[in-house]
Write a protein that binds this ligand. Sequence first.
Ligand SMILES: [Zn+2]
Ligand SMILES: [Zn+2]
Length: 539
Amino acid sequence: DFQKIALDQIKASFKQKDVCLLHGVTSSGKTELYIKLIEEQLSKGKQVLYLLPEIALTTQIIKRLQKHFGNKVGITHSHLNNSERVEIWKAVQEQDSGQVQYPVMLGARSALFLPFDNLGLIIVDEEHDSSFKQHQSSPRYHARDGAIYLAHLHQSKVVLGSATPSVESYYNAKKDKYGLVEMHSRFEGIALPKIQTIDIRKAHLKKQMTYQFAPKMLSAIEKTLKLGKQVILFQNRRGYSPVLSCETCAYTPNCTQCDVSLTYHKWNNQLKCHYCGYNEQLPKICPSCSALDFSDKGFGTEQIEESLKVLFPGHLSKRMDYDTTRGKHAHQKLITDFEHGRIAILVGTQMVTKGLDFDNVALVGILDADSMLHFPDFRSYERAFQLMMQVAGRAGRKGEQGQVLIQTYDEEHEIFKLLKKHDFSTFIKRQAQERKLFNYPPYNRLIGITLKHKNQRKLDETAQQLVVMMRKSFGNRVLGPEYPAISRIRNYYHKNILLKIEQKGSIASAKTILNTIIDNIQHHSDYKAVRFIIDVDPV
Ligand SMILES: [Zn+2]
Ligand SMILES: [Zn+2]
């Protein structure tokens, strides 16, 4: 069968290369392959590191591995206390008996830094996931790249697994730097879901929308529930509505510390900033003109959940997003309740796309696909495609083809044509061509520099000064300075500069030159208080 073939292909590729990209469609049984590969390492007395993008969201995979390997599996995550950390630290090292307590270690990106003695294999599962990149603080490393380097130190192997590989990894595989093994079928002959789009421009014009749902979406949900099947609805915005504005004067409540509008959360009647956490009560009258009516534009998960309660009162709908999963076991409980059929409709943000396999989901609805496409980032199409493909993969199990419905204003968009055909390869090829044309990764490397200061004029001056100095060394490889989409967060203004370095150029010497320039600027008394954040290979 194809799994056996894939396993043999991985082993064959390891004879020549250290890294193998495993591209297998959703439900192709990648976890089964990982288990076989882990078994083999254990029989050789080697250790395995299994990296996941977010440990909290992947309880299903953890259970499967524990079922198979029992107490040989250790888990590490950022919520361990100090003594638990010490335990984990010791548990990957050889004891006096020569034994290792946890030869299989599961963890998110920081698990890379455990003191492994004898690593044979690193599995990077969902390798496309941007959570592998440390964005928040220095060192801003990418765990996928870190894993490859760590494996190199141990002379061990790496499997990068995904149903929707990153352009970077796919490029490296096509260039023969990595091995490439592909599985295009789902296990046990399960069909890939049928993906269709719904034109909501028409539905809006004809006034056919019921709350956030086009007629076709609504009837599909009804039909699914009638058959006793379950529904997943995906909306990548939490809260009730992202923008509120006054009907009379168009006043929009904004955060006092950031340049963003506040998101309305209906359950506690608060306006909240998703960037800094600032919140305030919804004003009863417009602070600008004293009118009484606020109207909302756009919708988030909370609003959908509310509509579902009205539309399908006989079926339990629940919401899975940042707001409903903050409690310790809240996420696990939602999953268990959905697994056992106690919840009929699960509405969620991208959390519902991650590491979940349910047997009874017949319909997946994507309610606002367009919001993902219109993002000022060269990776936005890649992300949108990955997200939609991942969430689509939750539909359909044994003996039944799942259905995926996507609401959009832009049915003709190329991305939907390829999605409907499950044609990831063409998509990624075109993305790669575009990246090449505009000198983006993987054809170039990027260094992002962000400057922050409370005083906008000072920030502008410093950024300008920096760019002038950088251009002397790097010429037109320097882009910016530019304000990001959200130019002020927590009262700090931000400005970005991007440096593009050709693949054949030396990133090391670019870093040295850049450091010298920034050092010079920082020693200048006028610019001392400006903060510099440098991110090599930003994601
Ligand atoms: Zn007003
Ligand atoms: Zn804010």
